[in-house]
Design a binder for this molecule. Structure first.
Ligand SMILES: [Zn+2]
Length: 438
């Protein structure tokens, strides 16, 4: 089937960004067939199905390079005891209690809800990091089920740690799932963080990643405690420990990298490892600022994730932009670099890990496309698109989200399931999860 998305302003992004207005994008099967001017394409593809995009931007969909779908049921959850006073207590009092309470059905619904939110926000591919202490084996199948039903793309892993069962089932689940990869769902080897992973678990995880030619997805120096405990127990810093273990490389992803030194940044660059920056989460946990502009300046691929805080990549990008200027006390920085993390680095990081090439509207690429309600009030062209993205489109609604040529959301309606029914089932499931939180 051939479909023409027509009438809006096409923004191709990619190496040579083109703006075509009014423009059209033709998709056939799961791929982009042609990109060009509306007038010519209306004749050339007159028998194609039409998806109306007048008054909208037609552009590549977004990628989220670090998500925690399992965090859904934390919304509105009350946690017993006194409020968490630091990062370690946030883990102990909130996240480790929640992941211990999850069961099979809860994992499925906690994935489905944010995946629908991803569709609403124009995200078609996520790199997820899962944890569910009491239901590990088979947990990634439940997330895959939700991803498949939504018709999206994902890279999944279980964040193994030694805080229970010495990481045995975590490694087992990562291995089991790596044997079941499919076209739209891939695996990585997940580790929670250096300070919760002993040498034996780290060694086995690296061996597993090498066996399947995949990378390691791990939180890195999110809080000073990760560095302090790693130094105390292993006499080296987090990045140096991971490098010495063979955990770094172009397919690996380090999340946060807040409390690292210059030498560690150089190691990340030299190994081709990618970094995921999560500004909202970092501020929420009050763990500090990741020096993303320094890392980008060194040539490191630094992408943007949400760390489970939301599924909204545009607002996350804007947060990263404001945070960079605020932290540097310099209104001249970040204007090009920070938006490029979203529209350039995120697809590049995904491509390094999976080979999927979805950041550019170009013939032959997968048809991962969004239309956004944005009829610009000022001229929009190749030179000023970033200004529109940061200060205009950031609060615009996504109208249609297409993944692999199929509309996951069409004119603001999720196509494959009834959202209210899923929300209702999720609420029932959340009550059962909350009852287990003690
Ligand atoms: Zn995280």
């Amino acid at each position: 089937m051939t479909t023409i998305i027509e009438g809006g302003t096409v923004v191709t992004l990619g190496k040579k960004n083109r703006v075509i207005s009014p423009g059209a994008v033709v998709i056939e099967g799961g791929s982009i067939k042609d990109v060009g001017p509306l007038e010519e394409f209306r004749v050339k593809y007159k028998s194609a199905d039409v998806l109306d995009a007048r008054g909208k931007i037609i552009m590549p969909s977004f990628v989220n390079v670090h998500h925690h779908l399992y965090s859904t049921f934390a919304r509105g959850m009350s946690v017993p005891g006194t409020p968490a006073r630091n990062f370690t207590e946030i883990l102990e009092k909130l996240w480790w209690k929640l992941d211990k309470a999850l069961f099979r059905e809860a994992i499925y619904y906690s994935a489905l809800i944010p995946l629908m939110e991803c569709a609403r926000k124009g995200v078609t591919a996520i790199i997820d990091h899962h944890e569910s202490q009491s239901y590990q084996i088979g947990s990634l199948d439940e997330i895959k089920r939700a991803v498949d039903e939504m018709g999206m793309k994902a890279v999944l892993c279980l964040g193994t740690s030694d805080r229970y069962d010495l990481g045995i089932r975590g490694i087992e689940e990562n291995e089991r799932f790596l044997r079941k990869e499919s076209d739209n769902v891939r695996g990585m080897v997940g580790l929670h963080a250096s300070f919760t992973v002993g040498d034996d678990t780290l060694k086995k995880s690296v061996k597993l990643a090498e066996e399947f030619n995949v990378g390691i997805h791990v939180h890195c120096a999110e809080d000073g405690e990760d560095q302090a405990k790693t130094m105390k127990n292993h006499s080296k810093s987090v990045v140096r420990r991971l490098k010495d273990a063979g955990a770094l490389g172009p397919k690996s992803l380090l999340v946060h990298c807040i409390h690292i030194d210059e030498g560690e940044m150089d190691i990340i660059r030299d190994t081709g490892t990618s970094v995921a920056h999560n500004p909202e989460s970092n501020m929420n946990n009050a763990v500090g600022y990741s020096r993303v502009l320094d890392m980008i300046g060194k040539g490191i691929d630094v992408g943007i994730g949400t760390d489970g805080m939301s599924s909204d990549m545009l607002s996350q990008m804007r947060c990263a932009f404001l945070m960079a200027r605020h932290e540097r006390k310099d209104p001249t920085v970040g204007f090009m670099e920070i938006p490029d993390m979203l529209i350039g680095s995120n697809p590049r990081v995904l491509a390094k890990i999976t080979g999927w090439d979805i950041g550019e509207l170009s013939a032959g690429n997968p048809a991962d496309i969004i239309t956004v309600d944005y009829d610009p009030a000022t001229p929009l062209n190749e030179d000023n698109f970033i200004g529109h993205l940061l200060f205009g489109m950031v609060s615009a609604n996504v109208d249609t989200t297409i993944c692999n040529g199929k509309a996951v959301m069409r004119h603001k309606k999720i196509t494959c399931m009834e959202e209210s029914e899923i929300a209702s089932k999720a609420r029932e499931t959340a009550v059962k999860v909350w009852e287990k939180i003690i």
